[in-house]
Design a protein around this ligand. Sequence first.
Ligand SMILES: [Zn+2]
Length: 339
Amino acid sequence: MRRKPVKFLSYGLAAILLLSSSYAFRKHGDVENIGNRSVSGRVFKILPNMVSLEKEIQLGQQIAAEFEQTARLVEDPVISDYIDRIGQDIVKHSDAKVPFHIKVIDSDEVNAFAFPGGYFYVNKGLILEAENESELAGVMAHEISHVTARHATTRMSKGQYIQLAAIPALFVGGYWAQMGIQNALGLGINLELMGITRESEREADQLGIQYLWNTGYDPNGFVSFFEKMKRQEKSQPSRLAGWFRTHPSTDDRIVAALDEQRYLPEKDMYVINTSEFKSVRTRLLEIDNAQKAEQDEINSLEQKRPTLKRRTDGDDGDGTETDPEKRRPTLKRPTDEPE
Ligand SMILES: [Zn+2]
């Protein structure tokens, strides 16, 4: 009977020790050191990344150049400057060791992706889908984290360690650019080779939330967007296919992301939205609608022309016959905006 309290005490002590150690040794737990710490992944958890930062930038540049040969960019300076500013602000409050080049892609697919070395692309579809700036920033912070943690080249180093002698074919830009293009188009890509694994997604979630918080945004912006995507998964499968392929949506990710937010020191104020976000999105929507109306007109003119080619139902590409109004029932009318 007398031994019971001792036993109880030692269990309690063990529990406290376990809790405090898991807190202290939580990976990337030192958020006060963001910017001065290394979050670069280790190969097989212990070996260093074999690709130098210089090589990584060079590789990214090569991939980006090839990718841009086929990608259609949104060139409107108001939109691209705004997206660049948001991204650079997050980069400044992150662990990034490379400069970032941020561009907007004219694609309806809800997605964003970053090549190694800081070549970062945000799809038009993502900007239009985000409800506020913190959601957009949340997804951008997640992608920036894949670069700061060097997921792609860590994965490449793995291959190098396995085949030390071989010059990996992965270094040849073409292969990577191809994957980038497929990614942008929402086609099937080799996720593991892009550095997208269950583990790297979790890590990018964690770092992204930390960067979001450190930049001054509501750290819940990422989870909020993530959950919204999950709700829409069944109703809009084709438009979101790319998103789910590159962002495997699982409940444990949401649980872990919410958990990460609990660790962050509380701030008095967080940015959720800005008037600039609203006006930029309205502008983008207007450009988008004008483009689609023009395309519709071209299509209908082509239909009227008595050509020999017969149209078969159902083989139309995305957006050729769809009413833009029906596609985005949640968007505000442009007339609501004073600017
Ligand atoms: Zn990711």
